[in-house]
Write a protein that binds this ligand. Structure first.
Ligand SMILES: C[S@@+](CC[C@H](N)C(=O)[O-])C[C@H]1O[C@@H](n2cnc3c(N)ncnc32)[C@H](O)[C@@H]1O
Length: 280
C-alpha cells in the first residue's frame, strides 16, 4: 500500500494513501475500516491490486474501478456513461430532504438525475415523498434504473423514472403547479474551463458542460420549475462556484420566485441556490 500510495501521489491523486487503502479494501472485500484486521493479499489479489492501481495512476476514476460511489447513506452503482455523484451534491440533496420531511406526502422532482443520487436519497430519507427522477441520456438512464431497482429491493419506496429533456417546454406537463420540492444538479461547467483527467475522459460531456457560460440548462430549468412548482413550493439548483451571483440573479429576474438564497459548501464556495415559488 505504501508503494501504491507513492505511485498514486506521483500521478497527482489528491489523497493517495486513502485511495491505496480503498483499493486494497476493495480487492480484499472488506471495508476500509477493517483493513488492519484483514490478512495479506494472495498473489492473485496482489496482481489485481497492481492492475487497479495502474488504472488509477492513468486517472480512471476510483468509483469506476470499484463500480460504486458513496452518496449520503447510499452506495450507487456507477461506471462508463454516468456521472459519478460528488460529495458536494449531498448538501443540495440534504436541503431538499429537510424540505420534504414532515410535509405530508410531498411531490419531489429531481431533474438531471444521472445515477439517481438525489432522487434515491430523498426516497430513502424522506420515505413519505413521491419522487420523480428525470434524465435524458440513455446510458445514464440504464444506471439510474439499475440503482432504482436496487433501492426497491432494499425496501425503499419506488422512484418514478422519466426519460425526458429537462429543457423541453412541456416537461412533466401533468405535474404543473403540483410539485412541492424541485431539485436539480445540471451540467454547469462553462465549456472553456479545463477539468481534471478523470472528468474529461470518464464523465459524460453532457453531464459536465452547460454551454459557453455554464447556464445553458439552468436557464430553462429556472423557467420550467416556476410552472411545475405549486405556490409555496421550493427549488434548489446546484451551480458552478463562479455562479454564486448569476444563478440567484436569474431566479430573482424570473419574477415568480421569492426568498432567493445562495448556499455555500464547507470550503465556503458558492454551491447551490434556492428559491420559493410565489403565491401569485
Ligand atoms: C451533473 S450530472 C448530475 C447527476 C446527478 N443528479 C448527481 O447529482 O450526481 C447532470 C446530469 O444531467 C443529464 N442531462 C444533461 N442535460 C440534460 C437534459 N437537457 N435533460 C435531461 N438530462 C440532462 C446528464 O446526462 C447528467 O446525468
Amino acid at each position: 500500500m505504501a508503494r501504491a500510495a507513492r505511485a498514486l501521489g506521483a500521478a497527482g491523486i489528491e489523497a493517495p494513501r486513502a485511495e491505496a487503502e480503498l483499493l486494497a479494501a476493495y480487492v480484499l472485500g472488506v471495508s476500509r475500516g477493517r483493513l488492519a484486521l484483514a490478512g495479506g493479499l494472495t498473489p492473485d489479489q496482489l496482481d489485481r491490486y497492481d492492475d487497479l492501481v495502474a488504472r488509477r495512476v492513468a486517472r480512471e476514476p476510483l468509483q469506476h474501478l470499484t463500480g460504486s460511489a458513496a452518496f449520503r447513506h447510499l452506495e450507487l452503482a456507477v461506471g462508463p456513461g454516468v456521472f459519478v455523484p460528488r460529495p458536494e451534491t449531498e448538501l443540495l440533496a440534504g436541503w431538499g430532504i429537510d424540505r420534504a420531511r414532515g410535509a405530508g406526502r410531498p411531490l419531489v422532482v429531481d431533474l438531471c438525475s444521472g445515477s439517481g443520487a438525489i432522487a434515491l436519497s430523498v426516497a430513502q430519507e424522506a420515505p413519505d415523498a413521491r419522487v420523480v427522477a428525470v434524465e435524458r441520456s440513455p446510458d445514464a438512464l440504464r444506471w439510474l434504473r439499475r440503482n432504482a431497482a436496487d433501492r426497491i429491493a432494499a425496501g425503499d419506496r419506488p422512484v418514478a423514472v422519466v426519460a425526458a429533456d429537462v429543457t423541453a417546454p412541456d416537461l412533466l406537463a401533468e405535474l404543473a403547479g403540483r410539485v412541492d420540492v424541485l431539485l436539480c444538479n445540471p451540467p454547469y461547467v462553462p465549456r472553456a474551463v479545463a477539468v481534471p483527467p478523470e472528468v474529461a475522459a470518464h464523465d459524460p460531456d453532457e453531464a459536465v458542460f452547460g454551454g459557453a457560460d455554464g447556464l445553458a440548462v439552468i436557464r430553462p430549468v429556472v423557467a420550467r420549475a416556476a410552472e411545475l412548482l405549486r405556490p409555496g413550493g421550493v427549488l434548489g439548483v446546484e451551480h458552478d462556484d463562479t455562479h454564486g451571483g448569476a444563478v440567484p440573479a436569474l431566479l430573482a429576474a424570473d419574477g415568480r420566485y421569492e426568498v432567493v438564497e445562495e448556499h455555500r459548501d464547507l470550503a465556503g464556495r458558492p454551491r447551490f441556490a434556492t428559491a420559493l415559488r410565489r403565491a401569485r
